[in-house]
Design a protein around this ligand. Structure first.
Ligand SMILES: NC(=O)c1ccc[n+]([C@@H]2O[C@H](COP(=O)([O-])OP(=O)(O)OC[C@H]3O[C@@H](n4cnc5c(N)ncnc54)[C@H](OP(=O)(O)O)[C@@H]3O)[C@@H](O)[C@H]2O)c1
Length: 253
């Protein structure tokens, strides 16, 4: 299937490793010109070199998406060096773990900036040009926690629900303008983030046993869903959350 992404300009945040990097690689492999954003320049440069040596076109922009001024600066730099993003993949590291009673005011404030407001601001900065071009694809990376809240991941549970509500509402507003807005909700995926949450190998084996597919997902499997939702053929899919979870979520919706 031709995804119709050749020559499209894509902005992927949280893109130096894990799911964000795989999404950037997948879009670049489809011919998109991709801007990769993360806080650490070295990892980002390596990611961009990797895409370049695979024949893709990529640009590194160092920035912290949890800060309003940084989002503005990053998007302005992408616009100047590459053009207006037509595809936005809003992603970042997950918020810290913690129980409902174990999180202080600062933890909540930081997570709101990282997980919710980063998405809102990235959309605000890129949507006007998508509207002018009457074409746009907005994809967020959320989590299986939007269907089944996870113990000890209170901030993720609460704020990704907020992102999902925001994207659903946005999808309604822009649907007639050639712009879609969707979420990809990964299940347990083999990345540094997961290694951080399950430091011990026995705990990881026990977790894998609970996944119907009996294995972790790969970043590339999550990225394939991102590339589809960013594609031309996905023009009539909007306001959705696509779970990529090896079957672990058991609910119907
Ligand atoms: N892996 C899983 O099993 C899983 C499951 C469900 C949901 N998720 C969610 O999916 C998202 C991606 O997960 P992952 O496993 O790929 O994470 P990861 O391996 O930790 O990668 C996170 C990426 O985001 C960047 N980043 C972090 N904070 C940032 C910020 N403030 N501004 C810009 N870039 C930032 C990191 O680079 P820098 O540190 O250099 O900025 C890195 O490139 C996370 O939100 C995670 O919670 C993951």
């Amino acid at each position: 299937m031709d995804l119709g992404l050749n020559g499209k300009i894509a902005l992927v945040t949280g893109a130096s490793k894990g799911i964000g990097l795989a999404a950037a690689q997948a879009l670049a492999a489809e011919g998109a010109r991709v801007a990769l954003v993360a806080r650490s320049g070295d990892a980002l440069d390596e990611a961009v070199r990797g895409i370049g040596s695979a024949g893709g076109e990529a640009l590194a922009v160092v920035g912290d998406v949890s800060r309003a001024d940084e989002v503005e600066r990053v998007v302005a730099e992408v616009r100047r060096r590459l053009g207006d993003p037509q595809v936005l993949v809003a992603n970042a590291g997950g918020p810290r773990a913690g129980t409902p009673s174990g999180l202080d005011e600062q933890a909540w404030a930081d997570a709101v900036q990282l997980t919710l407001m980063s998405t809102v601001r990235l959309v605000q900065a890129t949507l006007p040009a998508m509207r002018r071009g009457r074409w746009g694809r907005i994809v967020t990376i959320t989590s299986l926690s939007v269907r089944e809240p996870l113990l000890n991941l209170t901030l993720s549970n609460a704020l990704r629900a907020g992102v999902t509500g925001y994207i659903k509402t946005l999808s309604q507003e822009v649907a007639a303008e050639g712009i879609t807005a969707n979420n990809v909700a990964p299940g347990y995926t083999a990345t540094a983030r997961l290694a951080e949450l399950f430091a011990d190998a026995a705990a990881e084996r026990a977790l894998v046993e609970t996944i119907p597919a009996k294995r972790l997902g790969t970043p590339e499997e999550i990225a394939a869903a991102v590339a589809f939702l960013a594609s031309e053929p996905a023009a009539y899919v909007t306001g959705q959350t696509l779970l990529v979870d090896g079957g672990i979520v058991k609910s119907l919706m």
